[in-house]
Unconditional design. Structure first.
Length: 354
């Protein structure tokens, strides 16, 4: 059974009975568990869609419920401002350098990191130290979109299920080999969770609204934003258009999932057919019918796309790119790559470096 991938209700700091803090806390917030305090670390280059997808549904849920179920504050790394990927500057509520970056009573329930395409350039000891401190204090931590990169950089995704925006999956998988990366919209492993970002940030917020307030409020929030109900956490980020509305248990979806999760060590068509409950002939017939392709060619295209992303986003030697993409020799890889993209891997690497 898949884990629930909805933001968890983190427990608030507890004080021993009789402690002054215990009394003060009881007086100030007798129903603290009903309010979700969310701290959002906004990194330069962040996606406005991801940030608004997180916050706007929560604001609308508060309005519909006529109660402040959710509170949020935004902070930057070194200043109370961040510039989005579209060049729009956003004023934030504080920054990491401030000792008290929020006005919550105690710790936030959740910390989210919202970052952009150049997330690798923002990894720092400040963020690592901050996340480790929050983790020790029991705060739930989440990466939205490429924000998962910074969570992994802090060592918090080692041995955990996680996701990241699809454009970063190849580079992420090579950089953080101890993380169990997947192509799902939302992943949660204990109190560490990740989201693919963009519209998936909206899905994640609707999921939290469903849990904290109720599904009827979640439905009304979705209606306000002129959309259907949020997608399920286990839905995949990308599927061919012909398979868009199929369920995760569909044989075609399962076959593609197996291919995506076995890039470096490709499975045979016979193995994929067996694991999806089909004969090899049935699998080939389905791929031809729905994708006008063969399973082999579709799988090869996935591996070459993976290699192309590695060449563009990393400095990994071409020999290692070939191995990471499931090719047994560099010459075989170069020929397949040139057949697909009309240029050699080395040519693309040079263009990407400019």
């Amino acid at each position: 059974m898949a884990r629930s991938a909805i933001l968890p209700v983190a427990s608030k700091p507890t004080w021993p009975a009789g402690h002054r803090g215990h009394q003060a806390r009881a007086e100030i917030r007798p129903k603290a568990a009903e309010v979700q305090d969310i701290l959002i670390l906004v990194v330069d280059g962040f996606s406005l869609m991801s940030l608004s997808g997180l916050i706007e549904p929560l604001k609308q849920a508060n309005d519909i419920a006529q109660q402040g179920h959710f509170r949020w504050r935004t902070i930057g790394i070194e200043r109370a401002q961040a510039t989005s990927s579209s060049g729009i500057s956003v004023k934030l509520d504080g920054c990491l350098g401030e000792q008290h970056s929020g006005s919550f009573h105690g710790l936030p329930a959740t910390i989210l990191i919202c970052a952009g395409e150049d997330v690798e350039n923002h990894a720092s000891w400040q963020i690592r130290s901050f996340l480790h401190r929050m983790k020790r204090w029991g705060v739930s931590i989440g990466g939205v979109g490429t924000g998962a990169w910074l969570v992994a950089d802090a060592g918090l995704l080692a041995g955990r299920d996680c996701t990241i925006h699809w454009s970063k999956i190849p580079a992420f998988a090579e950089k953080f080999r101890d993380a169990r990366i997947d192509n799902r919209l939302i992943q949660q492993d204990e109190n560490i969770y990740t989201c693919a970002g963009e519209m998936a940030a909206f899905d994640m917020s609707i999921g939290m609204i469903n849990r904290i307030i109720g599904h009827e409020t979640g439905r009304r929030v979705s209606n306000h934003f002129v959309t259907d109900l949020a997608r399920a956490p286990n839905d995949r980020q990308r599927l061919p258009k012909a398979l868009k509305y199929r369920t995760p248990g569909d044989p075609m979806v399962r076959a593609i999932a197996l291919m995506e999760s076995n890039i470096a060590t490709p499975k045979t068509m016979g193995e994929i057919a067996t694991q999806t409950g089909l004969s090899r002939r049935q699998l080939e017939r389905l791929f031809k019918q729905h994708l006008d392709s063969t399973p082999y060619h579709y799988y090869l295209t996935l591996r070459l796309d993976w290699a192309r992303d590695l060449l563009r986003q990393t400095r990994i030697p071409i020999t290692e790119v070939a191995i990471a993409s499931g090719f047994t020799s560099t010459s075989q890889f170069s020929k397949s790559f040139k057949d697909a993209y009309a240029c050699r891997p080395s040519d693309l690497r040079q263009i990407s470096a400019v």
